[in-house]
Design a protein around this ligand. Structure first.
Ligand code: GLC
Length: 505
């Protein structure tokens, strides 16, 4: 099916923390291969793997040294080929993560740029303003977005100094990335998640930010026309990439990580001749509130829905309880469009907020002068079993410690518990696959609740802590909390912080 991606559920694997086959404490490709049965039983259509390329190690792999290889810590290209084949045998497609905004400072292009000023055009080198950097931009991880090299020039890095930004107005940069796309597509990857898709093209003059622009914060969208990104010119790049993807049988797909100012700007990335998916991040920043959810859901048809990823605190902790996290998941999985799940949300994992300082690895921790703890709390290795040195993550302790009560949240514990969060996700994915949601229509519902139909299904969500009366409904299909039935076997109330799927009356 060429449009498999339209209603797909894609599971994000943070490779470092998913499963460790060789016992070095770090997840790897063979670990993923060993868990494909789990992913098939969960019912996802595809997985997206976070970067596993040789890297400078400054930002969890998002500083790539070599775009055509696998880092030793994660395995080999041979392991990757096997993984693609095994995944396909499990009917799971594989997406990889491409980091085109910046390379590692250990990439050969940057090393050459340091040695030979004439070779600097692939990056954004500029002279300073006296002793000051070329403009007033701050890096996302804290501190100036410019670093000075030995001969006095400065280079731009929107992220860590070890992540120099590429110059996407340079022909060789464009052609090289087209080769990289073909390399991974030829290996059989079904698609590519584009890291920082909005920021490849900056305002040509790299102007100072105005005073009303706060420094960029990871996980928030800048205003429209922000000089650091979402420039119209970026769409040329994606139109040319789309042609490459469409040349394959089956056509490959793209998903943009684009933090932009509005739903209208986001929709530009998924025009018919551009990308297939673009994360709709507004639910990542929404409170557990019916009106906020309704306005985000109404802002786009068939969007790419997401509640959590490796950059933001887990939604269970953001919303405040497991009940709300389960209700939010059922709501999300009922929406038309594609859905990205983040590993561990199907287990109801919370954010780990008390990791010891000495294990924190996110560059934000150092760059902020130890004021921002960073994103490690959502990157703790998964608990697969209720015992062992890393709860089944691998044969040894994992690279970040797991809270001791995660044994009870492990796959082993949840797989056979009928009302576990894992089984809720499995059931929702099964129903979604049987009848993909289509055409959302809102129904009237009391304040603090949402109700809508998508095809034959009716969905009711109660954002309030107290029960509400249910509207007229058909057979109960699934609910995030138990519903009490009346004498006629029909539930009449929806508990607080709960979502339920019914057949349409
Ligand atoms: C994206 C990634 C994030 C990374 C950043 C820089 O936002 O999701 O993890 O730190 O890009 O590459």
């Amino acid at each position: 099916m060429t449009d498999w991606w339209r209603y797909a559920v894609i599971y994000q694997i943070y490779v470092r923390s998913f499963a460790d086959a060789n016992g070095d404490g770090v997840g790897d490709l063979r670990g993923i291969a060993s868990r494909l049965g789990y992913l098939r039983d969960l019912g996802v259509d595809a997985v997206w793997l976070t970067p596993f390329y040789p890297s400078g190690g400054a930002d969890g792999g998002y500083d790539v040294r070599d775009y055509y290889a696998v880092d030793d810590v994660y395995g080999t290209l041979g392991d990757f080929r096997e993984l693609i084949a095994d995944a396909s045998a499990h009917e799971i497609r594989v997406l990889v993560d491409l980091v085109p905004n910046h390379t590692s400072d250990e990439h050969p292009w940057f090393e050459e740029a340091l040695e030979r000023p004439a070779a600097r055009d692939r990056y954004l080198f500029r002279p300073g303003r006296g002793d000051l950097p070329p403009n007033n931009w701050q890096s996302v991880f804290g501190g100036p977005a410019w670093t000075q090299v030995a001969d006095g020039d400065w280079y731009l890095h929107l992220y860590d100094p070890k992540q120099p930004d590429l110059n996407w107005r340079h022909a060789e940069v464009r052609s090289e990335f087209e080769n990289i796309l073909r390399f991974w597509f030829d290996l059989g990857v079904a698609g590519i998640r584009i890291d920082c898709a909005h920021s490849l093209i900056k305002h040509p003059g790299l102007p100072d930010l105005s005073t009303e622009d706060t420094p960029p914060v990871l996980g928030t969208a800048p205003r429209a026309n922000h000089p650091q990104g979402d420039q119209d010119e970026v769409h040329e790049i994606y139109r040319s990439w789309r042609k490459i993807a469409d040349d394959y049988d089956e056509p490959r797909i793209f998903c943009a990580e684009a933090w932009v100012g509005s739903a209208d700007r986001l929709a530009q990335y998924t025009r018919p001749d551009e990308l297939h998916h673009a994360f709709h991040f507004d639910l990542v920043n929404a409170d557990w509130d019916a009106e906020q959810f309704r306005s985000v859901i109404s802002s786009l048809d068939e969007a790419t829905w997401v509640l959590s990823n490796h950059d933001v605190p887990r939604h269970l902790t953001r919303f405040g309880s497991l009940e709300r996290a389960r209700a939010a998941a059922l709501l999300l999985l009922a929406l038309p469009g594609s859905v990205y799940l983040y590993q561990g949300e199907e287990l109801g994992l919370p954010e780990v907020e008390d990791l010891p300082e000495e294990v924190l690895a996110d560059p934000a921790w150092e760059r902020s002068g130890h004021t921002e703890r960073g994103r490690d709390g959502c990157r703790v290795p998964l608990p697969w079993a209720n015992n062992g040195p890393s709860l089944g993550f691998g044969p040894a302790a994992g690279w970040l410690p797991q809270p001791s009560d995660w044994a009870g949240l492990s796959v082993q514990e949840q797989a056979t518990a009928p009302h576990s969060t894992l089984n809720l996700y499995r059931a929702a994915l099964r129903l979604r696959r049987e009848a993909p949601p289509c055409e959302l229509r809102w129904l009237d519902s009391p304040s603090g609740t949402l109700a809508f139909t998508t095809g034959e299904r009716m969905v009711v969500v109660n954002f309030l802590p107290t029960p509400v009366e249910l509207p007229q409904h058909g057979e109960l299909l699934l609910s995030s909390r138990p519903l009490t039935a009346s004498a006629h076997d029909t539930p009449v109330e929806l508990p607080g912080d709960c979502a339920a799927w019914f057949r349409r009356p």
